[in-house]
Design a protein around this ligand. Sequence first.
Ligand code: ATP
Length: 332
Amino acid sequence: MSDKKIKRIGVLTSGGDAPGMNAVIRAVYRTANYFGIQSIGIRRGWQGLINGDFVVLNDDVVRHTVGRGGTVLYTARSPEFMTEAGRQKALATCKMLGLDGVIAVGGDGTFRGALELSRLGVPVMGIPATIDNDIGCTNYTIGFDSACNTAIDCIDKLRDTMQSHERCSVVEVMGRHAGFLALYVGLAVDATSVLVPEREMDFEQHVIERIQNARLSGITHFMIVVAEGAGSAVEIGHKIKESLGMDPRVTVLGHIQRGGAPTGRDRETATRMGYYAVKAFAEGRSGSVICTREGGIVETPIEEALKMQKHLQMERYDILEAISSTSTGIKQ
Ligand code: ATP
């Protein structure tokens, strides 16, 4: 705890954008006002802190942004902030603007940056926002629900046409290192198979046999959901063609999953996290990531947060197997 009265804080969004970042910015601004703290929006992530690129937050900046995707503060990746010289420039900006603390909204990389800044004496707080939900210290990351719903909406549309033409669809969703999005979406769209980076793929068992089993149960269209880190959707399409003689259509959803209006869950979580980050500063605490655990909000020291790991719940595969094989009673 510090007795120093916080007068002014900065907030920035960094790394990949995620729906709900605007709701964080709004919550930070409004909560800071409530506690009598001025808030400054730092534009373009850590690079903005280096360049002194900022906007004084006010009602006009945040009005009607809670339901908008993207981030009004822009986001960026900053190689310069990875250098000591870059961070010294960022420190100079903090001093020039009189910032008593900085709230960094983003993923693990953003928190590593925050940790480095805190080592230079600037109090920091982190808020997890990434559509991948792959941050170990928190059950939930802002943007995940919106991205899942966007992917589900796209796949539902694809299914309509796949069903009409009795085709196989291979859909690549985001997730270079984590399959949270793919598995969640796969369960929600009744996928024939889901491939994730965390599980080694046995192509015959996990794709071909599942399509065959579905066909035996009378199904004539098939939906294979692939996390981008689990392999190339195009290659998987080719291999299905070679093995089964069908002509799968491949769709890569790509960045569409990062856009769009945040869902209620993301707006609400973002609002709570923004509130608690400012409250921590107002009460003299800093150096933590705001996390959700068992429905509540906790503060986890950044160093500890960066060491924590989160594993894909493999039992969700059991559910997928059960759900997609009930019509034949075939259990693999
Ligand atoms: P996403 O999950 O969307 O990729 P992220 O926050 O993990 O989000 P990164 O690109 O890894 O995204 O990191 C964002 C920025 O944080 C980097 O561009 C860099 O400026 C800063 N950063 C990352 N790692 C470090 C580090 N070790 N030291 C200092 N700054 C870092």
